[in-house]
Write a protein that binds this ligand. Sequence first.
Ligand SMILES: N=CN[C@@H](CCC(=O)O)C(=O)O
Ligand SMILES: [Zn+2]
Length: 429
Amino acid sequence: MQQKPLFVRHAGQLVTLKGSSSSPLRKQTMNELKIIEDGSVWLEDGVIQKVGTDEELIRLYQSRLQEATVIDATGKLVTPGLVDPHTHLVYAGSRENEFGMRLQGATYMEIMNAGGGIHATTTATQQADSQQLFAESKRRLDQFLQYGVTTVEAKSGYGLSLEHEIKQLEVAQQLNEKHDVDVVSTFMGAHAVPVPYKENPEKYVDEVIHEMIPEVARRGLAEFNDVFCERGVFTPEQSRRILEAGLQYGLHPKIHADEIEPYGGAELAASVGCVSADHLLRASEQGIEAMADRGVVGVLLPGTAFFLMAEMASGRKMIDAGVPVALSTDCNPGSSPTVSLPLIMNLGCLKLGMTPAEVLAAVTINAAHAIRRGHVIGSIEEGKAADLIIFDVPNYKSLVYYYGINHVHTVIKRGKVLIQDKKRSESIG
Ligand SMILES: N=CN[C@@H](CCC(=O)O)C(=O)O
Ligand SMILES: [Zn+2]
């Protein structure tokens, strides 16, 4: 059935982030949100048709007003749909027991090296069938939507064998098809060295390169290829080989870099030409400079540092150095079990030294660029997907100021109202 046009009118602040579809915002431009007061948007056929002041739009659409569904956004904030560019969405089980262990002093890596951590989730994910995985992950995706997130990237990496990595990626693909939130898939077979390969990690690297990457690419199950480059996981040299192998099969490289210690991950990201380097808590100055030169998006995950009680990444330094910065939840069962991107924005301000404008740019247009979607989502511009959030706050500063509160009022995905006044308007598959 043909959808009626949607006319969102009178936004107190309409944050458009116009003009950055071809490359991400950097430095001072991250503060230029291109706000329209008393702003309105006409949405039709799932696409943004016209953006401007209400006066401008009413002149154009007066004659068609009767056929549209009108949403009054008076006194509210309207932004592009939020984009989460780094999640481990598809997994089974949970790890609250490890949270207790960490509170007693155990570190993330100690738990992992003792066979817990990623390995624990791998066991649970391998044991789960596709239906269970789908159900558990769909629940998280529903929660993301409640927080105004309309696109998420999702990594594999809890399968750690060809069969189970494919199962995870197929579930991500089904979610993308059946759920209103768009799911963008990343292959991350190099998330950990599986326990049986502990004495011979090279054998696993070989399997990732020669068996998994070709098969994942052949089946068209992922767009990106990610690797956990960290001491005790994959070395920079192994990471380079894995990322370059992916490139040969058309998988765009991403990297978990310098999370626990400085390990040359940021430098490697620049050298390989990664789309993004993520975490970067301990990235070196040279690494940051190299990323800025090469235009690698820095995806910062302050929720992870918070939850691991670790030192934060130098967000301020990275922006000042010219790195295009994005923010993400890193939603995963071990180091960041959250779906609240607005909370991450608040941490971006308080812990990374970012401004309220910068954090908004970091979860919209820059996050879209971190998953190569800058041309279709991330800003409110004519011709882009009609993904919009109406927040029940008068301006963008209030969104991060009133923290820990879900301010989402309305979620519009491809021109369809999915949530209105915090209520889901229809259920999905
Ligand atoms: N650091 C590596 N991978 C994930 C955590 C995965 C897990 O602990 O299950 C991350 O990005 O934080
Ligand atoms: Zn991650």
